[in-house]
Write a protein that binds this ligand. Structure first.
Ligand code: HGY
Ligand code: MN
Ligand code: MN
Length: 414
Protein backbone atom coordinates (compact mmCIF):
# COMPACT_ATOMS: atom_id res chain seq x y z
CA UNK A 1 0.00 0.00 0.00
CA UNK A 2 1.94 3.13 -1.14
CA UNK A 3 -0.89 5.66 -0.62
CA UNK A 4 -0.33 8.13 2.19
CA UNK A 5 -2.64 7.12 5.04
CA UNK A 6 -3.40 10.27 7.06
CA UNK A 7 -4.09 9.36 10.71
CA UNK A 8 -5.75 12.21 12.57
CA UNK A 9 -4.04 11.86 15.98
CA UNK A 10 -5.71 14.99 17.41
CA UNK A 11 -9.22 13.78 16.63
CA UNK A 12 -8.36 10.30 17.95
CA UNK A 13 -7.19 11.86 21.23
CA UNK A 14 -10.43 13.85 21.46
CA UNK A 15 -12.46 10.68 20.89
CA UNK A 16 -10.48 8.78 23.55
CA UNK A 17 -11.07 11.65 25.98
CA UNK A 18 -14.78 11.77 25.09
CA UNK A 19 -15.12 8.02 25.59
CA UNK A 20 -13.32 8.28 28.95
CA UNK A 21 -16.00 10.70 30.15
CA UNK A 22 -18.53 7.84 30.07
CA UNK A 23 -17.44 6.60 33.49
CA UNK A 24 -18.87 5.70 36.91
CA UNK A 25 -15.69 6.93 38.61
CA UNK A 26 -14.36 10.50 38.86
CA UNK A 27 -11.71 11.45 36.21
CA UNK A 28 -8.96 10.54 35.58
CA UNK A 29 -10.21 7.07 36.62
CA UNK A 30 -12.56 5.19 34.29
CA UNK A 31 -15.12 2.62 35.47
CA UNK A 32 -17.35 1.23 32.73
CA UNK A 33 -18.91 -2.13 33.53
CA UNK A 34 -20.75 -4.13 30.91
CA UNK A 35 -24.48 -3.43 30.39
CA UNK A 36 -24.56 -0.55 32.88
CA UNK A 37 -26.17 2.72 31.79
CA UNK A 38 -22.69 4.17 31.41
CA UNK A 39 -21.65 1.33 29.15
CA UNK A 40 -24.75 1.75 27.00
CA UNK A 41 -24.16 5.51 26.65
CA UNK A 42 -20.56 4.84 25.63
CA UNK A 43 -21.78 2.34 23.04
CA UNK A 44 -24.26 4.88 21.67
CA UNK A 45 -21.44 7.44 21.33
CA UNK A 46 -19.29 4.87 19.54
CA UNK A 47 -22.10 4.03 17.14
CA UNK A 48 -22.36 7.69 16.09
CA UNK A 49 -18.65 7.61 15.20
CA UNK A 50 -19.13 4.35 13.27
CA UNK A 51 -22.00 5.91 11.30
CA UNK A 52 -19.84 8.97 10.46
CA UNK A 53 -17.30 6.64 8.83
CA UNK A 54 -20.10 5.13 6.73
CA UNK A 55 -19.78 1.57 8.02
CA UNK A 56 -22.74 -0.82 8.23
CA UNK A 57 -23.19 -1.87 11.87
CA UNK A 58 -24.93 -4.80 13.55
CA UNK A 59 -25.06 -6.06 17.14
CA UNK A 60 -25.55 -9.65 18.28
CA UNK A 61 -27.55 -10.97 21.26
CA UNK A 62 -24.72 -10.12 23.68
CA UNK A 63 -24.01 -6.65 22.27
CA UNK A 64 -20.89 -7.55 20.31
CA UNK A 65 -20.78 -4.77 17.67
CA UNK A 66 -19.66 -5.45 14.06
CA UNK A 67 -18.95 -2.43 11.80
CA UNK A 68 -18.19 -3.47 8.24
CA UNK A 69 -16.61 -1.88 5.15
CA UNK A 70 -17.55 -4.06 2.20
CA UNK A 71 -14.59 -5.09 0.04
CA UNK A 72 -14.52 -5.48 -3.75
CA UNK A 73 -14.85 -9.27 -3.26
CA UNK A 74 -17.38 -9.41 -0.39
CA UNK A 75 -17.76 -13.18 -0.63
CA UNK A 76 -14.21 -13.62 0.71
CA UNK A 77 -13.76 -14.00 4.52
CA UNK A 78 -13.19 -10.52 5.94
CA UNK A 79 -10.18 -9.12 7.79
CA UNK A 80 -11.18 -7.91 11.25
CA UNK A 81 -9.73 -5.70 13.94
CA UNK A 82 -11.12 -4.43 17.25
CA UNK A 83 -11.02 -4.66 21.03
CA UNK A 84 -13.25 -3.66 24.00
CA UNK A 85 -14.53 -0.51 25.70
CA UNK A 86 -15.54 -1.92 29.08
CA UNK A 87 -13.23 -0.96 31.95
CA UNK A 88 -12.67 -2.45 35.41
CA UNK A 89 -13.33 -0.19 38.44
CA UNK A 90 -10.92 2.77 38.65
CA UNK A 91 -9.11 1.81 35.46
CA UNK A 92 -7.43 3.95 32.83
CA UNK A 93 -8.68 5.33 29.50
CA UNK A 94 -6.54 3.39 27.01
CA UNK A 95 -7.08 -0.32 27.79
CA UNK A 96 -9.19 -1.63 24.92
CA UNK A 97 -10.31 1.78 23.65
CA UNK A 98 -7.06 2.28 21.67
CA UNK A 99 -7.91 -0.84 19.68
CA UNK A 100 -11.52 0.21 19.12
CA UNK A 101 -11.08 3.91 18.26
CA UNK A 102 -7.70 3.23 16.64
CA UNK A 103 -9.30 0.49 14.52
CA UNK A 104 -12.09 2.87 13.51
CA UNK A 105 -9.51 5.54 12.61
CA UNK A 106 -7.76 2.94 10.40
CA UNK A 107 -10.96 2.24 8.44
CA UNK A 108 -11.69 5.97 8.12
CA UNK A 109 -8.13 6.79 7.00
CA UNK A 110 -7.93 3.89 4.52
CA UNK A 111 -11.27 4.93 3.01
CA UNK A 112 -10.08 8.54 2.72
CA UNK A 113 -6.84 7.40 1.04
CA UNK A 114 -8.82 5.82 -1.81
CA UNK A 115 -7.72 2.30 -0.86
CA UNK A 116 -10.20 -0.36 -2.03
CA UNK A 117 -9.79 -3.60 -0.05
CA UNK A 118 -10.47 -6.87 -1.81
CA UNK A 119 -11.61 -8.48 1.46
CA UNK A 120 -14.15 -6.62 3.56
CA UNK A 121 -12.71 -4.92 6.64
CA UNK A 122 -14.61 -5.20 9.90
CA UNK A 123 -14.26 -3.49 13.27
CA UNK A 124 -15.44 -5.66 16.19
CA UNK A 125 -16.24 -4.14 19.58
CA UNK A 126 -16.39 -7.09 21.97
CA UNK A 127 -18.85 -7.04 24.80
CA UNK A 128 -17.21 -7.44 28.24
CA UNK A 129 -13.55 -8.28 27.85
CA UNK A 130 -13.21 -7.60 31.60
CA UNK A 131 -14.37 -10.21 34.19
CA UNK A 132 -15.85 -7.55 36.50
CA UNK A 133 -19.55 -8.31 36.39
CA UNK A 134 -19.75 -12.05 35.67
CA UNK A 135 -16.39 -13.25 37.03
CA UNK A 136 -15.22 -14.52 33.64
CA UNK A 137 -13.40 -12.28 31.16
CA UNK A 138 -14.10 -12.12 27.41
CA UNK A 139 -17.58 -13.64 27.57
CA UNK A 140 -18.43 -11.87 24.28
CA UNK A 141 -15.53 -13.38 22.34
CA UNK A 142 -15.85 -16.70 24.24
CA UNK A 143 -19.43 -16.96 22.96
CA UNK A 144 -18.34 -15.97 19.43
CA UNK A 145 -15.72 -18.73 19.57
CA UNK A 146 -18.20 -21.30 20.92
CA UNK A 147 -16.31 -21.59 24.25
CA UNK A 148 -19.39 -20.32 26.12
CA UNK A 149 -22.62 -21.76 24.73
CA UNK A 150 -26.11 -20.23 25.23
CA UNK A 151 -26.91 -22.63 28.10
CA UNK A 152 -23.78 -21.52 29.98
CA UNK A 153 -24.65 -17.87 29.29
CA UNK A 154 -28.05 -18.50 30.84
CA UNK A 155 -26.36 -19.86 33.98
CA UNK A 156 -23.43 -17.42 34.36
CA UNK A 157 -24.72 -14.91 36.92
CA UNK A 158 -23.44 -11.65 38.38
CA UNK A 159 -23.77 -10.51 42.01
CA UNK A 160 -27.25 -9.13 41.24
CA UNK A 161 -28.39 -12.64 40.33
CA UNK A 162 -29.01 -11.77 36.67
CA UNK A 163 -27.57 -14.14 34.08
CA UNK A 164 -25.58 -12.83 31.12
CA UNK A 165 -28.56 -13.40 28.83
CA UNK A 166 -31.00 -11.69 31.23
CA UNK A 167 -28.67 -8.70 31.65
CA UNK A 168 -28.11 -8.47 27.88
CA UNK A 169 -31.85 -8.56 27.22
CA UNK A 170 -32.47 -5.85 29.84
CA UNK A 171 -29.76 -3.78 28.12
CA UNK A 172 -31.83 -4.01 24.95
CA UNK A 173 -29.93 -6.68 22.98
CA UNK A 174 -32.57 -8.87 21.43
CA UNK A 175 -30.82 -11.21 18.99
CA UNK A 176 -30.85 -15.00 19.23
CA UNK A 177 -28.05 -16.24 21.54
CA UNK A 178 -27.53 -19.20 19.21
CA UNK A 179 -26.51 -16.78 16.43
CA UNK A 180 -23.59 -15.34 18.44
CA UNK A 181 -21.25 -18.22 17.62
CA UNK A 182 -19.12 -17.54 14.52
CA UNK A 183 -18.76 -20.22 11.86
CA UNK A 184 -15.23 -21.44 11.11
CA UNK A 185 -13.67 -19.56 8.19
CA UNK A 186 -15.70 -16.51 9.26
CA UNK A 187 -12.62 -14.28 9.12
CA UNK A 188 -9.40 -14.41 7.09
CA UNK A 189 -7.51 -12.76 9.99
CA UNK A 190 -8.09 -10.80 13.20
CA UNK A 191 -5.54 -8.20 14.38
CA UNK A 192 -5.96 -6.32 17.68
CA UNK A 193 -4.17 -3.06 18.54
CA UNK A 194 -3.66 -2.75 22.31
CA UNK A 195 -1.51 -1.02 24.91
CA UNK A 196 1.18 -3.37 26.25
CA UNK A 197 0.07 -2.99 29.89
CA UNK A 198 3.66 -3.75 30.86
CA UNK A 199 7.14 -2.11 30.89
CA UNK A 200 9.04 -3.93 28.14
CA UNK A 201 8.54 -1.71 25.08
CA UNK A 202 9.16 1.50 27.01
CA UNK A 203 12.27 0.03 28.69
CA UNK A 204 13.64 -1.02 25.30
CA UNK A 205 12.72 2.29 23.66
CA UNK A 206 10.80 0.37 20.98
CA UNK A 207 7.49 1.90 19.77
CA UNK A 208 5.84 -1.23 18.32
CA UNK A 209 5.35 -4.69 19.83
CA UNK A 210 4.31 -7.67 17.71
CA UNK A 211 2.73 -10.34 19.88
CA UNK A 212 3.75 -13.99 19.41
CA UNK A 213 1.48 -15.55 22.08
CA UNK A 214 -1.21 -14.55 24.58
CA UNK A 215 -0.78 -15.99 28.11
CA UNK A 216 -3.14 -18.66 29.46
CA UNK A 217 -5.45 -17.35 32.20
CA UNK A 218 -7.25 -19.37 34.89
CA UNK A 219 -9.59 -18.07 37.59
CA UNK A 220 -10.54 -19.70 40.90
CA UNK A 221 -13.13 -18.60 43.46
CA UNK A 222 -12.31 -19.72 47.02
CA UNK A 223 -14.78 -19.52 49.92
CA UNK A 224 -13.44 -20.41 53.41
CA UNK A 225 -15.97 -20.89 56.21
CA UNK A 226 -14.94 -21.05 59.88
CA UNK A 227 -16.74 -19.97 63.05
CA UNK A 228 -17.44 -16.36 63.93
CA UNK A 229 -17.83 -15.10 67.45
CA UNK A 230 -17.14 -12.32 69.89
CA UNK A 231 -13.62 -10.85 69.48
CA UNK A 232 -13.32 -10.55 73.26
CA UNK A 233 -14.99 -13.70 74.48
CA UNK A 234 -13.60 -16.43 72.21
CA UNK A 235 -10.08 -17.39 73.29
CA UNK A 236 -7.46 -18.02 70.63
CA UNK A 237 -7.27 -21.85 70.89
CA UNK A 238 -11.03 -22.10 70.30
CA UNK A 239 -11.06 -19.99 67.16
CA UNK A 240 -11.73 -21.08 63.56
CA UNK A 241 -10.85 -17.75 62.02
CA UNK A 242 -11.64 -17.76 58.26
CA UNK A 243 -9.56 -14.64 57.58
CA UNK A 244 -6.36 -16.16 58.96
CA UNK A 245 -6.95 -19.27 56.86
CA UNK A 246 -7.45 -16.97 53.87
CA UNK A 247 -4.25 -15.11 54.64
CA UNK A 248 -2.33 -18.39 54.51
CA UNK A 249 -4.07 -19.32 51.25
CA UNK A 250 -3.04 -15.96 49.76
CA UNK A 251 0.59 -16.66 50.72
CA UNK A 252 0.30 -20.13 49.16
CA UNK A 253 -0.98 -18.53 45.93
CA UNK A 254 2.08 -16.26 45.84
CA UNK A 255 4.41 -19.20 46.58
CA UNK A 256 2.88 -21.26 43.76
CA UNK A 257 3.89 -18.54 41.27
CA UNK A 258 7.30 -17.73 42.77
CA UNK A 259 8.39 -21.36 42.89
CA UNK A 260 7.91 -22.33 39.22
CA UNK A 261 11.36 -20.89 38.50
CA UNK A 262 10.26 -18.50 35.74
CA UNK A 263 8.97 -14.89 35.76
CA UNK A 264 6.26 -15.92 33.25
CA UNK A 265 4.24 -17.44 36.13
CA UNK A 266 1.96 -14.97 37.92
CA UNK A 267 -0.83 -15.44 40.46
CA UNK A 268 -2.97 -12.81 42.18
CA UNK A 269 -5.59 -12.67 44.93
CA UNK A 270 -7.52 -9.66 43.65
CA UNK A 271 -10.66 -9.86 45.78
CA UNK A 272 -10.67 -10.73 49.50
CA UNK A 273 -14.11 -10.19 51.07
CA UNK A 274 -14.40 -10.70 54.83
CA UNK A 275 -17.68 -11.55 56.58
CA UNK A 276 -19.08 -10.06 58.78
CA UNK A 277 -16.36 -7.37 58.62
CA UNK A 278 -16.80 -5.87 62.08
CA UNK A 279 -13.97 -4.71 64.32
CA UNK A 280 -15.08 -6.86 67.27
CA UNK A 281 -16.25 -9.97 65.39
CA UNK A 282 -14.11 -12.94 64.39
CA UNK A 283 -14.30 -13.45 60.57
CA UNK A 284 -16.53 -16.45 59.94
CA UNK A 285 -16.20 -16.46 56.13
CA UNK A 286 -13.94 -15.07 53.42
CA UNK A 287 -14.41 -15.02 49.65
CA UNK A 288 -11.29 -14.78 47.50
CA UNK A 289 -10.63 -14.64 43.75
CA UNK A 290 -7.41 -16.17 42.41
CA UNK A 291 -6.08 -15.18 38.96
CA UNK A 292 -3.36 -17.58 37.69
CA UNK A 293 -1.46 -17.14 34.42
CA UNK A 294 1.52 -18.38 32.51
CA UNK A 295 2.59 -18.45 28.88
CA UNK A 296 3.12 -22.21 29.33
CA UNK A 297 -0.04 -24.28 29.79
CA UNK A 298 1.59 -27.11 31.77
CA UNK A 299 3.15 -24.69 34.28
CA UNK A 300 -0.14 -22.80 34.60
CA UNK A 301 -2.08 -25.99 35.28
CA UNK A 302 0.62 -27.07 37.77
CA UNK A 303 0.05 -23.85 39.72
CA UNK A 304 -3.73 -24.37 39.75
CA UNK A 305 -3.31 -27.95 41.03
CA UNK A 306 -0.89 -26.82 43.77
CA UNK A 307 -3.14 -23.94 44.89
CA UNK A 308 -6.14 -26.26 45.15
CA UNK A 309 -4.14 -28.83 47.15
CA UNK A 310 -2.61 -26.20 49.48
CA UNK A 311 -6.02 -24.62 50.09
CA UNK A 312 -7.53 -27.97 51.14
CA UNK A 313 -4.55 -28.65 53.45
CA UNK A 314 -4.62 -25.20 55.09
CA UNK A 315 -8.37 -25.45 55.59
CA UNK A 316 -8.01 -28.80 57.33
CA UNK A 317 -5.21 -27.44 59.55
CA UNK A 318 -7.34 -24.48 60.61
CA UNK A 319 -10.60 -26.44 60.92
CA UNK A 320 -12.41 -24.38 58.31
CA UNK A 321 -14.22 -25.64 55.23
CA UNK A 322 -13.00 -24.71 51.76
CA UNK A 323 -15.09 -24.44 48.62
CA UNK A 324 -12.88 -24.02 45.54
CA UNK A 325 -14.51 -23.34 42.15
CA UNK A 326 -12.53 -23.24 38.90
CA UNK A 327 -14.29 -20.65 36.68
CA UNK A 328 -12.01 -20.90 33.66
CA UNK A 329 -8.69 -22.44 32.65
CA UNK A 330 -8.00 -21.35 29.08
CA UNK A 331 -5.13 -22.47 26.81
CA UNK A 332 -2.71 -19.79 25.54
CA UNK A 333 -3.08 -18.49 21.97
CA UNK A 334 -0.31 -18.50 19.36
CA UNK A 335 -0.28 -15.68 16.80
CA UNK A 336 -0.04 -16.48 13.09
CA UNK A 337 3.47 -16.14 11.66
CA UNK A 338 2.29 -14.41 8.47
CA UNK A 339 0.35 -11.80 10.46
CA UNK A 340 3.38 -11.21 12.68
CA UNK A 341 5.54 -10.76 9.54
CA UNK A 342 2.99 -8.32 8.07
CA UNK A 343 3.03 -6.30 11.31
CA UNK A 344 6.85 -6.19 11.47
CA UNK A 345 6.96 -5.17 7.77
CA UNK A 346 4.35 -2.48 8.41
CA UNK A 347 6.42 -1.08 11.27
CA UNK A 348 9.51 -1.05 9.06
CA UNK A 349 7.59 0.71 6.26
CA UNK A 350 6.67 3.34 8.84
CA UNK A 351 10.33 3.64 9.85
CA UNK A 352 9.55 2.23 13.30
CA UNK A 353 11.48 -0.37 15.29
CA UNK A 354 9.43 -3.35 16.41
CA UNK A 355 10.02 -6.27 18.70
CA UNK A 356 8.31 -9.61 19.25
CA UNK A 357 6.93 -10.29 22.73
CA UNK A 358 4.34 -12.37 24.56
CA UNK A 359 1.21 -10.79 25.97
CA UNK A 360 0.96 -11.35 29.71
CA UNK A 361 -2.52 -9.84 29.75
CA UNK A 362 -5.29 -11.77 28.06
CA UNK A 363 -7.40 -10.21 25.30
CA UNK A 364 -10.31 -11.08 23.02
CA UNK A 365 -7.58 -12.23 20.61
CA UNK A 366 -7.20 -15.26 22.92
CA UNK A 367 -10.65 -16.47 21.80
CA UNK A 368 -10.62 -15.15 18.24
CA UNK A 369 -7.63 -17.48 17.84
CA UNK A 370 -10.14 -20.36 18.10
CA UNK A 371 -11.91 -19.19 14.90
CA UNK A 372 -9.23 -17.59 12.69
CA UNK A 373 -5.51 -16.67 12.44
CA UNK A 374 -4.74 -13.80 14.83
CA UNK A 375 -2.16 -11.13 15.56
CA UNK A 376 -1.70 -8.30 18.06
CA UNK A 377 0.14 -5.00 17.81
CA UNK A 378 1.25 -3.34 21.05
CA UNK A 379 2.18 0.24 21.83
CA UNK A 380 4.14 1.23 24.96
CA UNK A 381 2.50 1.86 28.36
CA UNK A 382 4.09 4.65 30.42
CA UNK A 383 5.95 3.05 33.37
CA UNK A 384 4.31 -0.23 32.33
CA UNK A 385 1.21 0.81 34.24
CA UNK A 386 -2.36 -0.30 33.42
CA UNK A 387 -5.72 -1.03 35.09
CA UNK A 388 -5.38 2.24 37.04
CA UNK A 389 -5.94 5.96 36.32
CA UNK A 390 -2.22 6.59 35.61
CA UNK A 391 -2.41 4.37 32.50
CA UNK A 392 -0.93 6.42 29.63
CA UNK A 393 0.18 6.16 26.01
CA UNK A 394 1.01 9.38 24.12
CA UNK A 395 -0.91 10.60 21.04
CA UNK A 396 2.21 9.91 18.94
CA UNK A 397 2.56 6.36 20.27
CA UNK A 398 -1.13 5.73 19.56
CA UNK A 399 -0.88 7.23 16.05
CA UNK A 400 2.17 5.08 15.30
CA UNK A 401 0.24 1.97 16.37
CA UNK A 402 -2.70 3.01 14.20
CA UNK A 403 -0.49 3.54 11.14
CA UNK A 404 1.13 0.13 11.62
CA UNK A 405 -2.30 -1.45 12.04
CA UNK A 406 -3.50 0.30 8.86
CA UNK A 407 -0.64 -1.09 6.80
CA UNK A 408 -1.06 -4.56 8.32
CA UNK A 409 -4.80 -4.69 7.62
CA UNK A 410 -4.30 -3.30 4.09
CA UNK A 411 -1.73 -6.02 3.39
CA UNK A 412 -4.05 -8.74 4.73
CA UNK A 413 -7.15 -7.39 2.96
CA UNK A 414 -5.38 -7.25 -0.39
O1 HGY B 1 -6.88 -9.20 32.88
C1 HGY B 1 -6.49 -9.04 31.72
O2 HGY B 1 -5.45 -9.54 31.32
C2 HGY B 1 -7.28 -8.18 30.78
O3 HGY B 1 -6.83 -6.87 30.89
N1 HGY B 1 -8.68 -8.25 31.07
MN1 MN C 1 -7.99 -4.89 30.97
MN1 MN D 1 -7.77 -4.90 27.39
Amino acid sequence: MERKVEVNAARLTEQLDALARFSDAPAPAVTRVVYTGTDLKARAYLKTLVAEVGLSAREDALGNLFARWEGTEPALPAVATGSHIDAIPFAGRFDGTVGVLGGLEVLRALKASGFAPKRSLELIVFTAEEPTRFGVGCFGSRAMAGVLLPRALAELRGDDGLSVLEAAARAGFTGNPSDVRLGSGCYHAFVELHIEQGPRLEAAGVPIGVVSAVAAPATLHVTLTGAGGHAGAVLMPQRRDALLAGAEVARAVEAAALETGTPDSVATVGVFDVHPGAVNSIPSRVFMTVDVRDTDLRRRDGMVTRIRRDTEELARKRHVTADVKLLNADPPATCAADIMEAAHAAAEAEGLASRTLVSRAYHDTLFMARVCPVGMIFIPSKDGVSHCPDEYSSPDEIAQGVRVLARTLAALAG
